[in-house]
Ligand binder design. Structure first.
Ligand code: GLU
Length: 489
């Protein structure tokens, strides 16, 4: 009947966000989580959190906890995940190793994958040779030619090996992206990807595809940076004989100069925005307008309103600029809407809660004679960026050009970022080690750190102060102080 579409039952919508717990919770993760969440909720579907911690050397348990806390703080709650469970679990890839091994073996049995015995040295040599010959880089398929029976025997006998996908050597791989249309890649561009590493752990490609299939993910909504992996994933779906999910690659967040957002230009940790007093709903709204338009020139909308009105045709592909001035403007709108009571609640949730105040009190109690000195003595714990003008003449290291001072501060900040825990003892030992390595006097560097983080010549014990101030504000202020110093006449 014309105009009467058949109503085939649609598979339920199931989407996921799949962060790797390798660092601070990133605003890009929040952005992708938001679009997954909103799409799921707009379609009565499920939103899953999966932790992709297969890179054992880079994964940190603390980072997983922080991602979970940050997404919860934003209010992007998931229906299934490592902390809440669910029928498709476990949701942490490190707990699914056996599944990946079984699936890799399945492909080997079908002849779609093969054991590869090439050593790291051979692969490095191959790479050098390809580079010298200006040839396309990639595995040359040496082990693909081995007799399968013999290869399996060697593998069974315990010879170190990886498992590689036997990728097609000709033809075209098609990726249908809902936002970008059809992308075609010639098969020659894709070499035989490693699926299982020699330690028995999966690569991102294998784990990601196996999990998306077993967790019945219907739509993969992820950042543009993964689009080059998608043809490899398409090949894997084909090798397993599984239907593909529907693909959406969201545009990357960018700095004003259009480069990919990076911590060198703006803080990228969700926790920074939390500590700087941005309200979660303002951050969500801001991330929402970056990728999607509500229509009717309306920029301010709640999460529920976004869910209600969400359609993909209003997602724009132009590189969204992470403009912190706009975020502040948005925050102001939300802040002004709060009742007095709500504002006080927001302050208590922020840094005026008991837990944080106790830590601050511990640091300044010996330094005050009356309660009315508490606020002035601790103001820098509760303020935003500092004004370095009043201490400008102290912000230097004798006989060191300002640009080198800046470099040194930034390098030290990098080292802090590697700290296992943001604790005074660790910060101190990193700082001392740094001074020693660089031949700098601790007296000079510690004064810089004090001025940079507190704006004052005298403060409570330096590293305790940095610990309580927190990773985010400490890093931000030191970066700002470094810029200030370099810009001095
Ligand atoms: N683990 C990847 C990440 O860190 C997941 C990419 C994807 O969504 O497939 O973003």
């Amino acid at each position: 009947m014309p105009g009467h579409s058949s109503h085939a039952p649609q598979a339920p919508v199931r989407v996921r966000v799949a962060p790797s717990p390798t660092g601070d919770p990133h605003v890009g993760t929040a952005y992708i989580a938001l679009f997954n969440y909103v799409f799921a909720k707009s379609r009565g579907g499920a939103f899953v959190l999966r932790i992709e911690d297969t890179d054992r050397s880079r994964s940190r348990a603390d980072s997983e906890r922080q991602i979970i806390d940050a997404l919860r703080w934003l209010g992007l709650t998931w229906d299934e995940g490592p902390d809440v469970g669910g029928a498709a679990g476990p949701y942490r890839q490190s707990e699914r190793s056996e599944t990946y091994r079984e699936h890799a073996a399945m492909l080997v049995d079908r002849g779609s994958a093969y054991p590869c015995f090439c050593t790291a040295e051979r692969l490095a040599e191959l790479r050098e040779r390809q580079k010298a010959e200006k040839a396309t880089l990639g595995y040359d398929g040496a082990c693909r030619a081995l007799d399968p029976e013999r290869a399996r025997e060697r593998a069974r006998a315990g010879e170190s090996h990886t498992i590689r996908l036997a990728a097609p050597q000709s033809g075209v791989i098609t990726v249908d992206d809902e936002l970008r249309g059809r992308v075609e890649i010639s098969a020659e561009q894709i070499d035989d990807q490693v699926l299982l590493k020699s330690d028995g752990f999966p690569t991102y490609h294998l784990a990601n595809v196996v999990d998306d299939h077993l967790m019945e993910i219907s739509h993969v909504i992820r950042a543009e940076e993964w689009i080059s992996s998608t043809p490899k994933h398409v090949l894997l779906y084909e090798a397993f004989g599984w239907p593909q999910p529907t693909w959406f690659h969201m545009p990357l967040l960018r700095n004003k100069d259009k480069s990919k957002i990076s911590k060198r230009k703006n803080p990228v940790s969700i926790n920074y925005y939390r500590d700087a007093g941005i309200l979660p709903r303002a951050l969500l709204n801001f991330l929402g307008v970056l990728g999607w338009s509500y229509g009717d020139d309306i920029e301010k909308f709640t999460l529920a309103e976004m869910v209600e009105r969400f359609t993909w045709d209003r997602v724009s592909l132009g590189g969204p600029v992470f403009d912190t001035d706009k975020l502040r403007w948005m925050n102001e709108q939300y802040l002004h809407e709060l009742s007095h009571e709500e504002l006080v609640d927001a302050l208590l949730d922020w840094r005026l809660g008991r837990e944080h105040l106790v830590r601050v009190a511990e640091l300044v109690r010996e330094r005050i004679k009356q309660l009315n000195e508490f606020i002035p003595a601790t103001a820098f714990f509760f303020s935003g960026d500092l004004d370095y003008e009043p201490v400008a003449d102290k912000l230097h290291i004798p006989e060191t050009p300002n640009k080198d001072v800046k470099k040194a501060i930034l390098e030290l900040v990098e080292r802090y970022e590697q700290a296992e825990e943001w604790r005074a003892s660790e910060l101190e030992s990193i700082s001392r080690g740094f001074c020693e390595d660089k031949g700098l006097k601790t007296k000079h560097v510690f004064m810089l750190l004090r001025l940079g983080t507190t704006g004052r010549k005298a403060s409570p014990p330096l590293f305790e102060t940095m610990a309580v101030l927190g990773k985010e504000l400490t890093r931000r202020r030191l970066r700002q102080a470094a810029d200030f110093i370099a810009a001095k006449k």
